[in-house]
Design a protein around this ligand. Structure first.
Ligand code: PLP
Length: 303
């Protein structure tokens, strides 16, 4: 028999921990056929979960907003995550928790109330939303002028979701124009966010981030705490694209890398095309905080 290789990752499905390569959901699951699903992404760094309760609090709020309900309690979910990551052996990991609408008891039903909601989780080696060479020079973002962020009245962006039609179109445009990723503006011309990250601007030492129309990122929240820690004023306000492009420094925040410098948006270059000084300071504190036992907990196979 072949030894199971756990280094690619692990999943928890229907009560069992399995190698990631064996994890699959049925083709009739509404999570797949209707994007009727919510999720969250926690990370493990150097053998420790960072701010796990913040992420699981948000995941529970997302489930409520989507009217999804799964049998696992909060403590059970936590235990699943600890045991799954321990089994994978990964020291730094991208850990996804997912609640899907599932399948209706009668596959022909078109009533969401007939579906059996289910929970699953999976982990893979840590995912950098921006690769290492991009972190060094700062990310380049493309803002398309013909793709708007999906209206908040249509899909609530505060429940983490797989409705990525707008982002995926933006990503194609960005990649084809030689940029790393995209950032979308809403119907009122306000800056929102990118695929998997929030955005911040710094002008004259004042920090601002979009108030609404975005996922309330945990890294966004931590970045605001770090600003307070460094005595920097940070506000959540509506920001037009024109104002954003006037910034001295801009950065993104994501679980997949923390506060990440943005050095170019369309043809506007920021901080001489390199990570700005304030962003570098925030990034340093972010990674320092990962060793703080008040903010992290060791992966524990016995939980
Ligand atoms: C996950 C995500 C973010 C970043 O949130 P974090 O909790 O900091 O990882 C921002 N925007 C969208 C659309 C996301 O899916």
């Amino acid at each position: 028999m072949n030894e199971i290789d756990w280094s690619a990752g692990a999943a928890w499905m229907k009560g069992e921990i399995i190698p990631i390569s064996q994890a699959a959901i049925p083709v009739t699951d509404w999570g797949l056929t209707h994007s009727d699903i919510t999720y969250d992404v926690v990370h493990v760094w150097d053998g420790r979960f960072f701010r796990a309760d913040d992420y699981l609090d948000r995941f529970e709020r997302s489930m409520e907003k989507c009217r999804l309900s799964v049998p696992q309690t909060r403590d059970e979910m936590k235990s699943i995550l600890h045991r799954m990551v321990a089994r994978s052996g990964l020291q730094s990991s991208y850990v996804s928790v997912v609640a899907s609408r599932g399948k209706p008891v009668d596959v022909r039903s078109r009533d969401p109330r007939d579906c059996v909601n289910h929970f699953y989780a999976w982990c893979v080696p840590f995912v950098w939303v921006f690769p290492e060479d991009v972190l060094e020079r700062g990310a380049h973002l493309y803002v398309p002028n013909d793709i708007e962020r999906i209206a908040t009245e249509s899909v609530d962006p505060t429940a983490k979701n797989y409705h990525w039609g707008d982002f995926t179109q933006g990503l194609f445009d960005a990649k084809e124009a030689g940029f790393d990723s995209t950032m979308l503006v809403d119907a009122n011309g306000h800056v929102t966010e990118g695929p998997g990250f929030n955005v911040f601007m710094i002008k004259n030492g004042r920090v601002k981030t979009p108030r609404a129309g975005v996922l309330e990122g945990i890294t966004r929240k931590v970045a605001m705490e770090i600003c307070a820690h460094h005595g920097l004023a940070c506000e959540q306000v509506d920001i037009t694209l024109a104002e954003f492009l006037e910034a001295d420094e801009v950065f993104a925040t994501t679980t997949g890398g923390g506060p990440v410098a943005i050095s170019k948006i369309n043809d506007r270059v920021f901080s001489n095309g390199a990570p700005g000084e304030i962003t570098k300071r925030l990034n340093g504190t972010y990674w320092d905080w990962h060793n703080d036992p008040k903010m992290s907990e060791a992966v524990d196979a016995s939980l």
